[in-house]
Ligand binder design. Sequence first.
Ligand SMILES: Cc1ncc(C[n+]2csc(CCOP(=O)(O)OP(=O)(O)O)c2C)c(N)n1
Length: 186
Amino acid sequence: MSDELTTTVENTWCAGCGNFGILSAFRKAIPKLEKQGINPKHLIISAGIGCHGKIFDYVPLSGMYSLHGRSMATVQGIKLGNPNLKVLTFAGDGDAFGEGISHMIFAAKRNADITVIVHNNGTYALTTGQFSPTSQKGFKGPSLPSGNIETIEPLSLMLEAGASFVARGYADVLTTLLILWLKQYT
Ligand SMILES: Cc1ncc(C[n+]2csc(CCOP(=O)(O)OP(=O)(O)O)c2C)c(N)n1
């Protein structure tokens, strides 16, 4: 496993995108977790479809791409197949709280022992900026030129559904959040 945890795939995210912070935080967390006894070979990842999903190509970990809104189900399946693995998926906010919202609620309800990292940019980025369930009120995009009038609070929703750990931070804080979460199971 390379120290930098990089791959040869060209990064095509737009300059300044928050996805870079999440990628960098994730790369920093892996060696720290390894020191705490979590073998990266036993950390399996997945991703939905969207800009966020490209992160799957940028880290040399095992796993499988999923479908839009379905990666929470994919990692639950992997976990069921081998409960000794740690499973983690990256999801967009459209992915997690639009198309995949039922998977999120049921995974939280049944305490599925999966980690979901939501790249919450408040828009459907890959498909050019339509509003998503977490878009701020007033957000204007190609599908809603007059401005968004409704939003949801993802953390309260997950807590209400029964999630055992929820946390939210700016992309760079993720290293700490990841370690905190995974540590409680070691
Ligand atoms: C079932 C399904 N519906 C719609 C699409 C089209 N689609 C691809 S990416 C995307 C939006 C992704 O937005 P988000 O999940 O927020 O991720 P981001 O691109 O912002 O990282 C959509 C609607 C799809 N691939 N599959």
